[in-house]
Design a protein. Structure first.
Length: 106
């Protein structure tokens, strides 16, 4: 299947290589749903191929496509928590990359 430029694959999933949490728009996705770093995008993005999921989430708006994607994979509640509270795994990954020690638990 050829990419339809719907944008859902750049919004719905988390993309650790880009520090992009689940359900939030990739900072490199343009308003017309094109990748602004296409030539130097990370391998996870290079390896993604449009497939049956694209057909299953077809809808008139990006918000609807993302909602269908999250529903399809059972990620709706997790995405809502990320929107409200942030993403703990992304915070941990940033902390590890920076060399900072984990917070102490008492």
């Amino acid at each position: 299947m050829e990419c339809t430029r719907c944008g859902a694959c750049c919004v719905a999933p988390d993309i650790a290589a880009l520090d992009k949490p689940l359900g939030l728009r990739c900072p490199h996705l343009t308003e017309d749903n094109l990748c602004s770093v296409y030539e130097r995008r990370p391998s996870v993005c290079r390896q993604y191929e449009a497939d049956e999921v694209c057909r299953l989430i077809e809808a008139p708006t990006l918000d609807e496509r993302v909602r269908k994607y999250l529903d399809l994979f059972g990620l709706t509640a997790e995405a809502e928590a990320v929107r409200e509270q942030g993403c703990p795994s992304m915070r941990a990954a940033r902390r590890l990359a920076s060399g900072r020690p984990p917070p102490r638990r008492e």
